[in-house]
Design a protein around this ligand. Structure first.
Ligand code: NAP
Length: 254
């Protein structure tokens, strides 16, 4: 859609949005935000996840269409196979992620590989397939979920921070490359958000984490979903290559 085009409810209701790692936390909130817009929501999570069935019920209860697309985002063949069934895609959200604290001296080769694979390869595999479709459509939006730690760095999370820093550079590169094709690419870089990923780190971590933000609290998954929804909508038609901090003021750019 070009700036100035009129709003077409039938077309916009039929928007197709794919969210990776949608079974929990931020991804689930993003999928539900799209469902509230009556989009067709394609939801991905690991094949072992039981959460997608429940999510599908919640999406359908909102009157939206839902398709399950279970796959390990770090498995190129599975991602390619998943796209074989997708004819059109308006929005891709690369959200799937993992977190495990460890000092650099304790990170094994396989832990480093897995961290980079899930975040960076996952975003690459999905974006590569999405870009093929979106270039043909001459329309589309990709939103990557980065992290403030990809901007700040973080002790005991060097592998995670490196992966997120890579996602930030990938976002800017893809934004430049796909702009001539009518495709926008942005990232949301959340600060600490109360999700199972962070809750698993314990109450003390959460308290200390909240204290480091000017707003003195962690965010909610819905607050991240709002930013993703905006960046993927036509309201953001002149925004590409941006890293939008939804972080309680933890990082201030400009
Ligand atoms: P979460 O509640 O743990 O959700 C992550 C989801 O990704 C889970 O459903 C998980 O499935 C899924 N997943 C993990 N590995 C996958 C794979 N290989 N293939 C497909 N799905 C996979 O975590 P969250 O906090 O919502 O995090 C979502 C994103 O936000 C991540 O990229 C994270 O790095 C980023 N982020 C989070 C925060 C925060 O404070 N929460 C801050 C900045 C950025 P399982 O549960 O089955 O493993």
């Amino acid at each position: 859609m070009q700036p100035g085009d009129s709003f077409d409810p039938a077309r916009d209701r039929a928007m197709t949005c794919l969210v990776t790692g949608a079974g929990s936390g931020i991804g689930r909130a993003i999928a539900l935000a799209f469902a509230r817009e009556r989009a067709h929501v394609i939801v991905n999570d690991l094949p072992s996840s039981a959460a997608l069935d429940e999510l599908r019920k919640d999406i359908e209860a909102l009157g939206a269409r839902c398709t399950l697309a279970a796959a390990d985002v770090a498995d190129a063949a599975s991602v390619r196979g998943l796209f074989a069934d997708i004819e059109r895609l308006d929005v891709l959200v690369n959200n799937a992620g993992i977190l495990r604290e460890a000092p650099v001296t304790e990170i094994s080769d396989s832990e480093w590989d897995r961290m980079i694979k899930v975040h960076l390869y996952g975003a690459f595999y999905f974006s590569r397939e999405a870009a093929r479709l979106m270039q043909k459509q001459r329309r589309g939006a990709i939103v990557n979920i980065a992290s403030d730690l990809g901007q700040l760095g973080c002790e005991n999370l060097s592998h995670y921070s490196a992966a997120k820093g890579g996602i930030i550079a990938f976002t800017k590169s893809l934004a430049r490359e796909l702009a001539p094709h009518g495709v926008r690419v942005n990232a949301v870089a959340p600060g600490g958000v109360l999700t199972p990923m962070v809750e698993a780190l314990g109450a003390r971590y959460i308290e200390e984490e909240a204290a480091r933000y000017p707003l003195k609290r962690l965010g909610t998954p819905e607050e991240i979903a709002q930013a993703v929804r905006f960046l993927s909508s036509d309201a953001a038609s002149f925004i590409t290559g941006q890293i939008v901090g939804v972080n309680g003021g933890g990082v201030m750019n400009g």
